[in-house]
Design a protein around this ligand. Sequence first.
Ligand code: NAP
Length: 483
Amino acid sequence: MVSRVIPVECFDLVIFGGTGDLARRKILPGLFRRFCSGQMPPEAQIIGAARSELDDDGYRQFVREAVQEFGGTHYEKDQLDQFLQRLGYETVDAKGEGGWEALKGRLRDKVVRAFYFSVGPSLFGDIAERLRSFGLANEDSRIVLEKPFGHDLETARALNATLAQHFDETQIYRIDHYLGKETVQNLMAVRFGNMLFEPLWNAQYVDHIQITVAETVSVEGRGGYYDKSGAMRDMVQNHLMQLLCLIAMEPPAKFDPDAVRDEKLKVIRALDPVEPHHVVRGQYSADEKQAGYRVHAENPRSRTESFVAMKVHVSNWRWAGTPFYLRTGKQLRARASEIAVVFKDAPHSIFGEEAGRHRNVLSIRLQPNEGMTLGVTIKEPGPGGMRLIDVPLDMSFAEALGPDGEDAPDAYERLIMDVIRGNQTLFMRGDEVEAAWAWTDPIIASWVARNDVPKPYDAGSSGPEDALMLMHRDGRRWREIKA
Ligand code: NAP
């Protein structure tokens, strides 16, 4: 299977925060890979914009180093030189008046105009306003916003209102890079492109669903930011919620941005409020090798969670009674993200109890090794009688994604190409973000009201003991966190 590359229209892309960490590690190397693949047209233009005093050549050198560090190795030197010719830079202060006219002078008519806000959210409003007042944005321009989108419902609403003064909702692309992953998009293809799964995709056949996003990194180096946020705001409100929506939503009438997002919104609105005893918060402790969360967060009394596990119910006909277990955290055993749909036991075993009881599990793996496996029960080969074993039907995508998977677009590349195509399906709509905050806010408020202290857990573990108990109490267990 070889992936096809379909070039996008010619574009001018301005990256506000073009000298920042995200631009350096993800956006610019990603654009370079799209350039090498032929998806980015050779006449397209990328302009970095930030306060640093750089000229075009200085920025090209910055991008050269970024590509050398993060752009992989599957390219010729000529390709990098040609790519760098497509780059420019303008010194612009989001809060000031300088640089905007010069930036405007670089933009061309009759090509797609996109503005990537790769800056802290406190600058979103300033940039949106200036794009309009200096006449850089037209009716067809697109703006791309990084997370976090708000700190709670009130701030998200205020931000949506500010953006709406300057841009139509059809021009606003709120990024959740989890939605750009190959497997996440494949989840929709598997669910809605096959007859096989959808009839079983409900409370009658599914015992429960687990969504795990486990990281091995600590918060060291970004503790100041993280401590004001925590796992609930940083991961659950956006990434895990989006994955939950895609798993739980009804089939949209068509694969069109509003049809898909309407269905996702219905899932969020169908979420029950979470009972306090259905949530476990954790904070990683110090060990002999490194300091604990509170040192990394530079806050010795911090009560912010670096781990959260919870049991959630979607109250509708399809899912009544089927729990969704969500878990995410830092400093865990392995970097692994997985959605597991655990089907119920067969109602009766004709092979007798000694043959063993087996459950089908559809595992949708987001990282590492994106792919899906379906655990199917078969007879153990050989003359040993009718003993049953589980074997995985493996749908790994690595092979389909080119040599070493390196030429495969990562989530950011895919999403930026979608922005240029004008396809909002994989971006969050304003009402979706607000609904997710409306569900999250009371959970956080109840922790504050109770002065809740997160449970300690060891670095390299699967999280606090209480998270295991959350499932054990229901006669279930978490799937192993493994890379
Ligand atoms: P960063 O490394 O701190 O970069 C911030 C960028 O904004 C720099 O280019 C900075 O350049 C520019 N900037 C700051 N103040 C400015 C102003 N007044 N006017 C114009 N430019 C200004 O941050 P980052 O890690 O790249 O993150 C950017 C955004 O992406 C944030 O919202 C973050 O939450 C989000 N995000 C980042 C990651 C990641 O992996 N890094 C992942 C997900 C989301 P100057 O100082 O030269 O102005």
